[in-house]
Design a protein around this ligand. Structure first.
Ligand code: AMP
Length: 440
């Protein structure tokens, strides 16, 4: 399948050719023809699947370029509005519109907080017809009188579930109320919990649902590995992995700002150049860290989930989950930072004893078992005390003695040393047999 079969204009095809986009991704194949016909859609979307182009390319084709003429009232009227959960994602989408829209006269403006309104107001006034924004900043511009949404023809909610999770539902509803009833509406979401479905119901008209085969999501190109490790050894393991393997562009995920800063300090003390991006960093700091990381001036970028939304680095080779995310769904978003658009990547999760049960949930979610790897000098020694509750449960359930329960608990933890049925022990001793465990 090529882009030519999707009914795109020759000038857009030329741009795509220059970008070396030869084959449309699954979400692009499924969405573009529908969006060119202005059908409302509700689509599953994961980062790394090419969803930005899936909605941007038809948008560029559908909007008439007259809108950008700087005459009369026209210039203050935005014709397309894209809402996204974070500043980084807003900037990323805006950049993509500029990249894909080179052959058009459309003008996009990125509206996000953390910076003054002034330059954004000027960008709107200079004739922007596409606005990409976070909900709060869009409302700020509306209140300020600098943004007029009365002529919006297309509205796109990107990462809708994340916006809801971050508490933006009221803002979304306020913005929707400002739009004309006659419009083309699109909603992209990784998951479809009840509030998303109810929003979709009120927001979309006869939407066509687009689902991407789970197997085809970002996870497909990504080699997903797990290194079980004692919690207190995660920091030294991280620096050892990066140094010993000579990794040069590593994105590390963690759950808290404090932890992100601690990791950066630890890496720096091990002469590994690292920077953090999280909510406590100013927009300028976040952008400069991202720029340095992209330019490979910084070897490791440590990010929290929210700050990492919108990180788009082609062919990022390594993603490390320093800890599993607070929300299981974020695992997919995290690993989607590597293996983007057909490139291969590796996502390694450092999992300690207390995270083992959550890893099982994630494996169920992605329908895949992570490949276990070990690292020299970092032996995983789970404490049965921690699994005491589980042990007791097992004991009760299985009606076995404590020894047997401990064995089961160890098996559950994937502890290689478990003598359970002797399977893994046998495998370890049999040097001829290829092991499914990789050794760093
Ligand atoms: P997205 O899922 O929109 O964040 O896109 C992920 C990455 O894939 C971005 O770096 C895009 O530039 C790139 N991309 C999107 N579509 C294609 C395509 N059809 N061929 C090659 N690269 C693509």
């Amino acid at each position: 399948m090529s882009f030519k079969t999707l009914n795109l204009s020759p000038k857009l095809l030329t741009t795509l050719e220059k970008l070396d986009y030869t084959t449309p991704t699954e979400i692009q194949v499924k969405s573009i023809p529908l969006l060119l016909q202005r059908k409302d859609i509700l689509a599953t979307s994961q980062t790394g699947t090419g969803k930005t182009a899936a909605f941007t390319l038809p948008l560029l084709e559908n909007l008439t370029e007259e809108h950008t003429k700087k005459t009369g009232d026209e210039r203050y009227k935005i014709k397309a509005l894209i809402l996204a959960p974070t500043r980084e994602l807003v900037i990323q989408i805006h950049n993509k519109i500029e990249e894909y829209g080179k052959a058009f006269t459309h003008k996009s403006v990125a509206l996000y907080g953390g910076v003054k309104l002034g330059s954004q107001v000027s960008a709107i006034r200079s004739g922007a017809n596409i606005a990409v924004g976070t909900t709060a900043r869009v409302l700020e511009h509306v209140k300020n009188g600098s943004l007029n949404l009365e002529e919006v023809e297309v509205i796109i909610l990107d990462e809708a579930d994340k916006m809801l999770e971050m508490g933006f539902i009221d803002d979304i509803r306020k913005i929707i109320a400002l739009l004309p009833a006659q419009r083309h509406s699109l909603m992209f979401s990784a998951t479809f919990p009840k509030p998303i479905l109810s929003l979709a119901k009120s927001f979309l008209k006869h939407p066509i649902t687009i689902e991407i085969d789970k197997e085809n999501l970002s996870t497909k190109q990504v080699r997903q590995l797990v290194n079980y490790v004692n919690e207190e050894e995660k920091m030294p393991l991280l620096s050892a992995l990066i140094s010993n393997n000579d990794w040069h562009q590593v994105l590390v995920f963690t759950n808290t700002k404090i932890q992100a800063d601690k990791i950066v300090e630890h890496l720096k003390s091990n002469t590994i150049k690292a920077q953090a991006i999280h909510g406590d960093k100013t927009q300028g700091m976040r952008m400069s860290a991202l720029k340095d990381f992209k330019a490979k001036e910084v070897r490791v970028l440590v990010a929290t989930d929210v700050a990492a939304r919108g990180i788009d680095i082609i062919n990022l080779p390594h993603v490390i989950n320093f800890e599993l995310p607070l929300q299981n769904e974020d695992y997919i978003h995290r690993i989607g930072r590597t293996g983007r658009a057909g490139q291969e990547g590796e996502a390694l999760s450092l999992v300690c004893e207390k995270e083992v049960a959550q890893l099982k949930e994630i494996e169920e979610l992605i329908n895949k078992k992570l490949e276990a790897v070990t690292t020299d000098n970092f032996e995983f020694t789970p404490h049965i005390t921690l699994t005491n509750r589980k042990t007791k449960k097992l004991k009760k359930r299985e009606g076995v003695n404590l020894k047997r329960a401990k064995e089961l608990a160890e098996k559950m933890l994937g502890n290689e040393k478990s003598p359970q049925k002797g399977r893994q022990t046998k495998k370890k001793n049999n040097k001829e047999k290829p092991s499914n465990k990789r050794h760093f």
